[in-house]
Design a protein around this ligand. Structure first.
Ligand SMILES: Nc1ncnc2c1ncn2[C@@H]1O[C@H](COP(=O)(O)OP(=O)(O)OP(=O)(O)O)[C@@H](O)[C@H]1O
Length: 250
């Protein structure tokens, strides 16, 4: 049995009478892209927040690499190897692409650079930031202010920011949101490249992208997981088709 990198164990979160995550259990295995899909309001964002620590579950556990991180702060989770991108673009427009990545790497790395002299620390930070930019195909855009990047490039920059912390698990919250058809194609190609190097939990509305990228898919409906399986299993699952995909799309 392969040990999961991330295990969600019966996560439950209520807002008033509304069960937003209703006993969600799932495993993300090392090296896989595990997609979570579900209609609007199904609880996907809340689930991501429970994994990052932004929302505390009422009950249940989040295990990361075998460690119970349910009560750890966000910075401590990042240090343990979790990284996420955001649904809403979160880069600083006036700073260059390189500065955005370097600042995020420094902020999230905490004290890792503390023992270096300032000049050496800056060089090390810039080197790590350049490597992350190269990984997402933005090396030649390093000096461009983030605000002048295209929407697709900004999404790639957010990925670079996440990668600069050398995460063991990437949480991607709708990485294709707002992208046009061409940008979507480019971002899918980028995520396909990253797939060989990272374990990824992906929340995404674009079904074609999910089916192209995911090794396994979990389907969340009204806070409950109704199915987990391979793309073929999910596409062929009658409950999923009825609850979510619709006969036409499946
Ligand atoms: N802080 C909160 N207080 C009260 N209700 C909330 C809160 N956060 C989320 N909800 C409710 O919980 C439900 C699930 O929301 P969530 O954003 O997790 O769903 P989602 O699957 O990410 O939706 P979308 O696909 O639209 O982003 C919704 O009905 C939402 O209104």
């Amino acid at each position: 049995m392969v040990e999961p990198l991330l295990r969600l164990d019966a996560l439950r979160k209520h807002y008033g009478g509304l069960a937003v995550t209703d006993g969600v259990s799932l495993d993300v295995l090392p090296g896989e892209i595990h997609a979570v899909i579900g209609p609007n309001g199904a609880g996907k964002t809340t689930l991501i927040h429970e994994i990052t620590g932004l929302v505390a579950p009422d009950s249940g556990r989040v295990l990361f690499a075998g460690q119970d991180i349910t009560r750890l702060s966000l910075p401590r989770r990042v240090r343990a190897g979790l990284a996420r991108t955001f649904q809403i673009t979160s880069v600083v427009p006036g700073f260059s692409a390189l500065e955005n990545v370097a600042l995020a790497a420094q902020a999230r790395a905490g004290s890792s650079f503390r023992f270096l002299r300032p000049a050496a620390a800056e060089a090390a930070l810039n080197e790590a930031a350049m490597a992350a930019l190269a990984e997402v195909g933005l090396a030649d855009r390093a000096a461009v202010p983030a605000g002048a990047l295209s929407h697709g490039e900004k999404r790639a920059l957010e990925l670079a920011i996440a990668l600069a912390t050398r995460p063991r698990l990437l949480l991607l919250d709708e990485p294709l949101a707002g992208a046009g058809p061409e940008e979507t194609e480019r971002l899918i190609a980028l995520l396909t490249r990253l797939k060989s190097a990272y374990t990824i939990l992906l929340v995404e509305h674009d079904m074609q992208a999910v089916f192209a990228l995911a090794d396994r898919v979990s389907v969340l409906v009204y806070g409950r997981l109704i199915a987990t399986g391979t793309v073929e299993e999910i596409r062929g699952n009658p409950e999923v088709r009825a609850a979510y995909l619709g006969e036409d799309e499946a």
